[in-house]
Design a binder for this molecule. Structure first.
Ligand SMILES: [Zn+2]
Length: 149
């Protein structure tokens, strides 16, 4: 019986990503929080006009053409400030009291992308490319971030 060949990425020099056409690598991490909201401006009887809650999922995606450390786009541990922001300011809150705009998934994705760019991006090697917010398992809104560096 022969032993399996080691993955070439795990031995020798780090892989050169340039031969992939500059596509780079993307990583993602999903965070969760629970919150309530109510949407104004909807037709009478629209269910989203009633105060209700969601188990929100927020996924941030980061990209880089170069890896750092043992082979990371960004150490997932460096995203701790984002998790702390969600826990402190959004978890078990009324989003109508937190945001200055209607708390739709779309507005929340933009708000979180801006917060990430202002507070996390300056300290990490990877570049934020998107923030996706899901209220349910079947719906999501994605804020795509351009190269603002
Ligand atoms: Zn809702």
């Amino acid at each position: 019986m022969t032993s399996p060949r080691p993955c070439s990425a795990l031995v020798g020099s780090p892989p050169d990503l340039r031969d992939l056409g500059g596509a780079g690598l993307t990583i993602g991490k999903t965070f969760t929080f629970e919150a309530a909201h109510r949407l104004n401006g909807l037709p009478d009887g629209h269910k989203c006009g009633r105060r209700h809650g969601h188990s929100y999922q927020v996924t941030v995606e980061l990209t880089s053409d170069e890896l750092v450390g043992p082979g990371f786009v960004t150490d997932f541990g460096d995203l701790a400030p984002f998790a702390a922001y969600l826990a402190e300011h959004l978890d078990h809150r009324d989003l109508n009291e937190v945001l200055t705009v209607e708390p739709t998934s779309e507005h929340l994705a933009v708000h979180l992308a801006r917060w990430f760019l202002d507070n996390v991006q300056p300290g990490i090697p990877g570049r934020l490319v998107a923030v996706t917010v899901s209220e349910t398992s079947k719906t999501w809104a994605r804020c795509t971030v351009g190269n603002v560096a």
